[in-house]
Ligand binder design. Structure first.
Ligand code: SF4
Length: 172
């Protein structure tokens, strides 16, 4: 049974990165990472950018966990997830906007997944390899502000080529 620890931005970071005590280590091993549909692809293109320093740091923790421990369990959720938990206060929030929910639906349909599923991250990767083309980013994510950077397309291309998640740039 996965252990859903507190979902505050700070605590997710501690559980993922600074698991020094025995109890923290156990929690970390049992931690299921909650992800919304479109973030399954955002993670593939993550190169350290984000809405704020804390947001990017949390995303880097999640990314590195998935990179280093491919069998990590992820749960597909509706609406705000463990990445949204670190969306900065004071910036126009969008995590519950209809346009963002639409992106979730687009990606989940493409991957043949649905809200409520628990699966190892490796299964998500296999879905991407089998069902997504790099160019699909332009239709799946047509409203996303990050799309023009090209990193998400490149991330899908990397995975399609059989490679694993690459190391993040040095500052992460
Ligand atoms: S284009 Fe936007 S929504 Fe699509 S994978 Fe990239 S960051 Fe995520």
């Amino acid at each position: 049974m996965p252990n859903f620890i507190s979902r505050s931005c700070i605590l997710i970071g501690i559980a993922l990165k600074d698991a020094r005590s025995e109890r923290a280590r156990e929690e970390r091993l049992n931690l299921t990472i909650r992800l919304r549909g479109h973030h399954l692809l955002c993670l593939l293109g993550f190169r350290g950018m984000g809405y704020s320093e804390a947001y990017a740091a949390n995303m880097a923790n999640v990314y590195n966990r998935l990179k280093d421990e491919p069998d990590t369990a992820v749960t597909i959720v509706q609406g705000p997830d463990d990445l949204c938990a670190c969306f900065p206060i004071g910036v126009e929030p969008h995590c519950e906007n209809e346009s963002v929910t639409e992106l979730d639906g687009n990606v989940l349909r493409k991957l043949g997944l649905h809200v409520g599923l628990d699966m190892p991250w490796t299964d998500v990767i296999e879905r991407v390899r089998g069902g997504v083309e790099p160019e699909d980013i332009h239709t799946l994510c047509h409203t996303c502000q990050w799309r023009s950077y090209g990193v998400c397309e490149a991330g899908v291309r990397t995975i399609k080529s059989g490679q694993w998640l690459p190391a993040l740039p040095d500052n992460r």
